[in-house]
Design a protein around this ligand. Structure first.
Ligand code: TMP
Length: 216
């Protein structure tokens, strides 16, 4: 028998929302706080959280020609399958907290709803790809589409393949995310992304604190 401290439970936290909602900023702030409470954090993203995924990301976001919608859906699913098996699951098994930009809900919103491939089909393909891994918490940063696009334009000036889609596409994405959050209130925390970043970070910390059993 040894007196080694018990390995903490791995936790899987995802950030979702439209472009320009501030997912990356808030994920970084959450990572910093988690480290101050002594947790080991793996911060990652889809698509592109692995080396192979980086090449898939380049294809789906920057391919110049047409990509058939089903092929696009399968590219995201392939990225996810490799990412979950080689990076996310091993981290959770070690007891780390995985903080991730985008996951299956993005596929459901973008490919299932906005591309019209069907939410149920896309969720089942993604669930299979991820071997059933479900986040413990999903933070949805909700933002008016026009505001999000203006933020991206101001920050980068250029849109990638998905960002370049029409406003109606992005409005469908937004409504799909809100629909999923309404259907799974225990998994989702919905935050108004126009709030002050410090207040958003506070709300997220409070909820994650409850999940991890630590004071925020
Ligand atoms: P981002 O990393 O800048 O958020 O860009 C990823 C883009 O890919 C974004 O426009 C959303 C889109 N996307 C999908 O369409 N389906 C997916 O499954 C994922 C993970 C992202």
């Amino acid at each position: 028998m040894t007196d080694a401290a018990p390995v903490p439970l791995g936790r899987f936290i995802t950030f979702e929302g439209g472009d320009g909602a501030g997912k990356t900023t808030q994920a970084a702030r959450l990572e910093e706080w988690l480290q101050t409470v002594g947790r080991t954090v793996v911060r990652t993203r889809e698509p592109g959280g692995t080396e192979l995924g980086g090449r898939i990301r380049e294809m789906v976001l920057h391919e110049r020609g047409h990509i058939a919608p089903r092929a696009e859906a399968l590219l995201y699913a392939a990225d996810r399958a490799h990412h979950v098996e080689t990076l996310v699951r091993p981290a959770l098994d070690r007891g780390d907290v995985v903080v991730q930009d985008r996951y299956i809900d993005s596929s459901v919103a973008y490919q299932g709803a906005a591309r019209g491939l069907g939410a149920d089909h896309i969720r089942s393909v993604s669930d299979w790809a991820a071997d059933g891994l479900v986040p413990d918490l999903t933070v949805l940063l909700d933002l008016d589409v026009a505001v999000g696009r203006a933020r991206v334009a101001a920050a980068r000036g250029v849109f990638d393949r998905l960002e370049a889609e029409a406003s109606t596409f992005h409005e469908t994405v937004r409504q799909s995310f809100l629909g999923m959050a309404g259907a799974e209130p225990d998994r989702f925390l919905v935050v108004d992304a126009t709030a002050v970043p410090d207040d958003i970070a506070d709300r997220i910390r409070t909820r994650v604190g409850v999940l991890l059993g630590v004071a925020a």
